[in-house]
Design a protein around this ligand. Sequence first.
Ligand SMILES: NC(=O)c1ccc[n+]([C@@H]2O[C@H](COP(=O)([O-])OP(=O)(O)OC[C@H]3O[C@@H](n4cnc5c(N)ncnc54)[C@H](O)[C@@H]3O)[C@@H](O)[C@H]2O)c1
Length: 300
Amino acid sequence: MTSGDAGGNAGGGRPAGGTPTIGGTGGPGSGVRLDGKVALVTGGASGIGLASARRFARAGATVVVVDLDGDQAAAVAAELGGAALRADVASSDAWPSVVAAGRAVGGIDIVHLNAGVTTGQQEITELTDEEYRRIMGVNVDHVVFGTRACVPEMAARGGGAIVVTASLAGLVALPGDPVYTLSKHAVVGFVRAMAPRLQEQRITMNAVCPGMVDTPLLAGEVRDLLVDSGFPLIDPDAVAGAVVDCATGEATGMLMTVQAGSDPVAYRFARPPGPRVAGAEGRVPPGWLGDPGQPPPVTS
Ligand SMILES: NC(=O)c1ccc[n+]([C@@H]2O[C@H](COP(=O)([O-])OP(=O)(O)OC[C@H]3O[C@@H](n4cnc5c(N)ncnc54)[C@H](O)[C@@H]3O)[C@@H](O)[C@H]2O)c1
């Protein structure tokens, strides 16, 4: 369809919130139809984004592949009959063009904010400013800018779905890349805080949190280490199945873990201690100062 260069709700107005609905008869992500919908995928030229772009296209959606690698994005778009845009999604300047690419094929119903990088740096003393700014730009700024840009588009269409590729490193520590861990914890917190705020606009927002996935991101030393140790890698298509489920289900604010050999499982944080002041035991702060996704207070 279209190709360019730049620096609705998936279910058509279904309510946000509710119980996680994961997996159909043919496994996660199968059996849904997205005909007439537009799905925009950042980092869609490779790995998990490529797999989710293929899944969305197979379900009938028009896919907009956004990637820094414009040639590869164009090749994927040609394969899927979709649109491609070369863009650096870490830059806020890129987002008007990204939104325009979605509008050009009908408007944005689903956005998969997926592009991401690692630092490859275990030693904090050796981390350069450039490495730090790059990872925070791609892994964190991109998610904030993408959400900010796409929410009004979806709200105007009566709803939509945002899925962020976080990582298991957003839930547990990855000492092999502490700044990657920082960036993924940041987006997990953002998704948890944004989801309730988007419910009125009928926009769901969820994160997928995969373990080690067999993509070019892991290629080389890290992949060799994992394979040699017998650690099972996840097929990117399995992550894509969880992405499609998150984008088409009614649940919001979910952190969907994906591991090799099992269906995706929603992760819940334990509730931290509340106040212990007499008359206010376990009280949650009022209004938007409290987390509506938390389980009921523990008072004993
Ligand atoms: N591979 C894993 O083990 C793993 C595990 C958990 C989470 N993740 C996350 O999954 C996401 C996708 O990673 P992947 O493993 O598929 O990696 P990948 O390297 O195969 O794909 C990432 C894609 O993002 C693109 N990209 C990078 N920076 C960009 C930018 N500034 N603007 C636009 N596009 C950009 C790249 O060109 C590439 O096509 C990332 O957020 C990553 O952190 C990966």
